[in-house]
Design a protein around this ligand. Sequence first.
Ligand SMILES: NC(=O)c1ccc[n+]([C@@H]2O[C@H](COP(=O)([O-])OP(=O)(O)OC[C@H]3O[C@@H](n4cnc5c(N)ncnc54)[C@H](OP(=O)(O)O)[C@@H]3O)[C@@H](O)[C@H]2O)c1
Length: 280
Amino acid sequence: MAKLDERIGFIGGGNMAFAIGSGLVRCGIVKPSQVLASGPHIENLQRWRELGATTTDDNCEVLEHTDIVFICVKPHMLGPCTTQLKCKHVPSAKDANKLIVSVLAGTSLQTLEEKFDFMDNSGLKIIRTMPNTSMQVGEGCTVYTGNSRVTHHDLEKVHLMLNALGLAQQVPESMIDACTGVAGCGPAFVYTIIEALADGGVKQGVPRQMAIQFAAQTLLGAAKTVLLTGKHPAVLRDEVCSPGGATIVGVHELEKGNLRATLINAVEKSSQRSAELGKK
Ligand SMILES: NC(=O)c1ccc[n+]([C@@H]2O[C@H](COP(=O)([O-])OP(=O)(O)OC[C@H]3O[C@@H](n4cnc5c(N)ncnc54)[C@H](OP(=O)(O)O)[C@@H]3O)[C@@H](O)[C@H]2O)c1
């Protein structure tokens, strides 16, 4: 695995930040000593210290002392957070060497450029990403796009980090809110499906823990089959459905319950909500 020499910062040390930071350390791309995370409540950053990273309650320290700065606050906190940074930061030519990487839902590159205009923005490089929490187990799915100042080399570096934690794909910015609905929010939809599949098993007499394990493994196996065979999911489903068999009657129940339309609606609503969050 390639290694990075850069210092990696996280402004906002919550769930998404930790999924990325701990994942990068676990796969050896960076050493814990290269990682600096900040947040307003130092006591909430304990897991970063257990990882071996340095923590601070001063976001400015992260901006000043790291090279690749992940912005991981909630979208509505971006304004207060950058206002605070603006008070302390002294713009300099060194700003052009930094790479700002946002994970904020719905927040466009244009908004990010405006919020970071207190830096020497003649060369400020910003990458907008949409990751998901499955990065914590190395099976994330992240899309990303960069502003006009980002170089091919910057994109390669970010790709190296994100792709080490699952799948990473550069997409046009216009696609990011849609990808948020599918992949950013998707784990929550899939956890609901796993729970419901397990409930079905429990109803039929399978012990709870076993049912959850079987449901999760079944999703994992089906997902791997789609990715490794490259077959369309409908073709794979047909392969499971023997004529007059047990599966097709279950598939009929899913159709009666509108599972597919419900999932399409969920992705649509989440994509729309993602776009709204960035406008607030
Ligand atoms: N969770 C996901 O599945 C997911 C997926 C894709 C993208 N995202 C994006 O990731 C970002 C973070 O989401 P999350 O789920 O990780 O939320 P989270 O766990 O609540 O993390 C947010 C963190 O921001 C910190 N914070 C609050 N105000 C701050 C400030 N002024 N300066 C620095 N840090 C501050 C909070 O610290 P305290 O707790 O100490 O207040 C908290 O640790 C969001 O923008 C979201 O759109 C999340």
